[in-house]
Write a protein that binds this ligand. Structure first.
Ligand SMILES: Cc1ncc(COP(=O)(O)O)c(C=O)c1O
Length: 360
């Protein structure tokens, strides 16, 4: 089955076979070596040349665990977080903050509308109590790239902490973490990194990590200070998904061999094929080209096709697409193009799409 949902993705045989390593105890040196290797490779991939400025903290869990760990660990006493939202994943961060009553009103934009840097500037002037500003990098809701550079500049000018959810961005979308002085970036193994679900991570600026160590614990299991302290000693606070970590390391090896930039280009090429071919057949993308990323496209459903019908027809041909969310659930479908795919897989999908829709 070819997975065209935005993770979990098809993995290579090499990554799959890495699951089959000898059983090890996570309190033994073999695990310390594996963990150190993953941490070092994450820095090499995502903050190249600035590895000394950042630390990578690895968690067992899905991407949401990394996002919540980053948010909750980023807050000193008496301060607030502001979430910029324009999709489901921004809204999820906002719910996390709301649960702990740590928020200011969100800077809320409609789905598909880019956050406006001037409004962020004004909000930060009006809210000196805001310490952490959180945003999603690639809003998977519609496959939209948010203006990271512009927002990062403003957050930095106001001397606040910028936290980015790049769970669906890292490895597939360009991101200059160090150059944009982003303090915390949350990511996960099972999307553009092409690993299995179950391993997630947060990249943190080292200087900021020293401050985080002094902040109050706002959650227990996901407290990053705890993870950091233990990982610096080569261990981990709780039982990790050991086999998934082996595969994660292999996926990082593959990413570094392919090169992050080449991987981004590979995904860009796949997205271009899907967009060009489907648009030729009159299927309309939801976002204007300038707002789209490289890894997922949201399209309006063709006339006379329900999502379920389209999904089931394509699945019979071996391709899994993805539904829209919330208010767009009945109107759109999404096609991701990440994972260990080839251009033949993408060509196969567009042919199957044409055949399926012709039957409508
Ligand atoms: C931008 C973004 N953030 C967070 C998540 C949550 O990740 P997970 O489902 O691994 O918890 C996703 C999942 O699609 C995502 O796309």
């Amino acid at each position: 089955m070819i997975l065209l949902n935005p993770g979990p993705v098809n993995v290579s045989d090499r990554v799959r076979n890495a699951l089959l390593q000898p059983d090890i105890c996570h309190r033994e040196s073999e695990f310390s070596e594996l963990l150190a290797d993953i941490r070092q490779k994450l820095l090499k991939a995502f903050v190249p040349g600035e590895e000394d400025e950042y630390t990578a903290i690895v968690l067992t869990g899905s991407g949401t665990a990394a996002v919540e760990a980053a948010l909750m660990s980023s807050m000193p006493v008496g301060k607030r977080a502001m979430v910029i939202t324009n999709g489901v994943y921004g809204q999820r961060m906002s719910s996390m903050i709301l649960t702990q009553r740590l928020g200011t009103p969100d800077l809320k934009y409609d789905w598909g509308v880019a956050p406006d840097p001037q409004t962020v500037d004004l909000a930060l002037k009006q809210h000196p109590e805001v310490h952490t500003v959180a945003m999603v990098h690639h809003e998977t809701t519609l496959g939209m790239i948010n203006p990271v550079k512009e927002i990062a500049e403003i957050v930095d000018r106001h001397n606040r902490v910028f936290l980015l959810d790049s769970v669906s961005g890292l490895g597939g979308e360009t991101l200059d973490i160090a150059g944009n002085k982003i303090y915390m970036v949350a990511g996960a193994a099972q999307k553009c990194i092409q690993g299995f679900p179950g391993a997630a991570f947060v990249l943190v600026r080292k200087g900021f990590m020293e401050r985080v160590m002094k902040y109050p614990k706002r959650c227990w299991y996901l407290n990053l200070a705890n993870y950091y302290e233990e990982q610096e000693r080569g261990t981990i606070p709780f039982t990790p998904a050991v086999q998934v970590y082996y595969a994660f390391r292999e996926a990082l090896n593959e990413l570094l061999e392919e090169g992050v930039e080449n991987r981004i280009q590979r995904f860009q090429g796949y997205a271009a094929t899907i967009r060009t071919r489907l648009e030729e057949w009159g299927v309309k993308p939801v976002l204007a080209p300038a707002l789209r990323g490289n890894t997922l496209t949201a399209f309006y459903l063709p006339e006379g096709c329900s999502y379920q019908w389209l999904h089931d027809g394509l699945k019979q041909s071996g391709y899994v697409i993805y539904a829209g969310q919330g208010q767009l659930e009945e109107k759109i479908f999404r096609v991701a193009n990440i994972g260990a795919l080839t251009s033949q897989d993408i060509d196969g999908f567009v042919s199957a799409f044409q055949t399926t829709v012709a039957r409508a």
